[in-house]
Ligand binder design. Structure first.
Ligand SMILES: Cc1cc2nc3c(=O)[nH]c(=O)nc-3n(C[C@H](O)[C@H](O)[C@H](O)COP(=O)(O)O)c2cc1C
Ligand SMILES: O=C(O)C(=O)c1ccccc1
Length: 419
């Protein structure tokens, strides 16, 4: 899994960077494969700090969240929020595990890389699909994609994005991207958008299962706010030939009718496992199912020929009182029986969370809200800073825990926290 190929977090795909955070001291990708990324980032911060240029954003995730909330509109803040019990459970589940660091293990050469579906990625971290990103920053998904491309981290495009997948892909060179599908009632749209994702270079299709209806969301109801009502987040629909063919007039002429059509096809509670066969036959790309929490659903997924699972409770945005993703992980890993990779999101906030998820069997994690906070605060540079900080923390924490790569982690790397 961890060869010594340089495919490191330090290699910028893009040239210019308003906030310089990514390049390790030597500026080479192999330097990061040699594990210097964390130290380089640290010393850069110390040196810049001496020059009076402190890191632009709070480094601590909680402080970052608070700072981001202060610059968001009340509607956006409400939209980003979730059900309090489930969100708390997601964070508590990580806190309930402790890493037991090992000593004197020669960790001067570290490699954060992972292989998924035969592709090498710089770290076991993807950017989770998050819709309607322009509600926190006008550059939205485009800024996020460019920032992720700086490190070569894969981005999962949402179906419900403010910019179309083609617009977003255009700014990220050949940096990796996956596509998340909201399976609508319009099979013509589903087919068309998957074909577009393939054409735009997406390397996997992630079908989100847990949001076939939007949940009862108290803050959005109180604010009477849904971004789609203003047409925000519908770029992939409005630009899609199959969607447009279902309208009497194009969205540019009658946006309200186009929004109504979207609302009519988005909810799809009739979906069953049988429907997955259709997608399986339509694409050769690996298909992952996102929102798996029950081991029996993991088994059903395998029966349907699915290639990967994402254990997730959608960041605590759908079912209040749902099991946390990390608590659900072990049973899903057992059910998957090593036949397909299992990924996880919901509550990943810092490097130690990535290490804990890996030690419990997840191949990779999807980072969610933290990159949106960076986006809200600093656009592309803000996202780059959040990602760079996470990777630096990951490099240092992995080494300080006694590991040279993620393949060395297992259940024995952790203990249950004594309370
Ligand atoms: C504002 C917002 C919008 C989201 N939109 C989508 C989406 O379009 N598609 C999807 O599969 N998941 C979506 N998610 C869920 C994320 O992919 C991910 O599961 C979640 O953010 C993980 O939880 P965390 O942010 O607390 O770590 C969204 C999450 C947030 C916060
Ligand atoms: O709000 C969400 O959690 C979400 O997943 C979503 C659903 C539809 C459109 C945009 C985002």
């Amino acid at each position: 899994m961890n060869d010594n190929q340089p495919h490191g977090v330090g290699a910028p795909v893009q040239a210019s960077a308003p906030v310089q955070i990514s390049a390790p001291a030597s500026g080479t990708a192999s330097a990061s494969a040699a594990g210097s990324f964390g130290l380089a980032r640290q010393s850069q911060i110390f040196q810049d700090g001496l020059k009076g240029v402190l890191p632009a954003l709070p480094v601590d995730p909680q402080a970052l969240e608070q700072a981001a909330q202060a610059v968001m509109t009340p509607q956006a803040r409400g939209y980003l929020d979730g059900m309090p019990g489930t969100m708390r459970a997601n964070l508590d589940a990580f806190a309930a595990w402790n890493i037991v660091p090992r000593m004197l293990r020669g960790v001067q050469t570290r490699d954060l890389g992972v292989t998924l579906f035969g592709r090498q990625y710089p770290a076991p971290v993807l950017l989770a699909p998050i819709g309607v990103q322009s509600i926190v920053h006008p550059e939205g998904e485009k800024a996020v994609a460019r920032a992720a491309a700086t490190f070569g981290l894969p981005v999962v495009f949402s179906t419900a994005s403010s910019f179309s997948l083609e617009q977003t892909a255009a700014g990220m060179g050949d940096s990796p991207r996956w596509f998340q599908l909201y399976w609508s009632k319009s099979q013509a749209f589903n087919a068309s958008v998957v074909t577009r994702a393939e054409a735009a270079g997406c390397e996997a299709i992630v079908v989100t299962l847990d949001t076939f209806m939007l949940a009862w969301r108290p803050l959005d109801l109180q604010n009477a706010y849904l971004p789609f009502m203003q047409g925000v987040g519908l770029a992939n629909y409005f630009s899609d030939p199959a969607f447009r063919a279902e309208l009497a007039e194009p969205p540019e002429q009658n946006p309200q009718a186009a929004v109504r059509h979207f609302l009519g096809i988005f909810n799809n509670p009739a979906l069953t496992w049988d429907d997955l066969r259709w997608l399986r036959e339509r694409t050769k790309l690996p298909i992952l199912l996102k929102g798996i929490l029950h081991p029996d659903d993991a088994r059903c997924s395998l029966d349907c020929g699915i290639d990967g699972l994402v254990v997730s409770n959608h960041g605590g945005r759908q079912v209040e009182g749902a099991i946390s993703a990390l608590d659900a992980l072990p049973a899903v890993i057992e059910a998957a029986a090593g036949r397909v990779p299992v990924l996880l999101d919901s509550g990943v906030r810092r490097a130690s969370d990535v290490i804990k998820a890996r030690a419990l069997g997840a191949q990779a994690v999807l980072l969610g809200r933290p990159y949106l906070w960076g986006l809200a605060l600093g656009g592309e540079a803000g996202v780059r800073e959040v990602l760079g900080n996470l990777l630096a923390d990951l490099d240092l924490t992995l080494g300080l825990s006694g590991y040279r790569n993620f393949a060395e982690l297992d259940r024995s790397s952790l203990v249950r926290a004594a309370r």
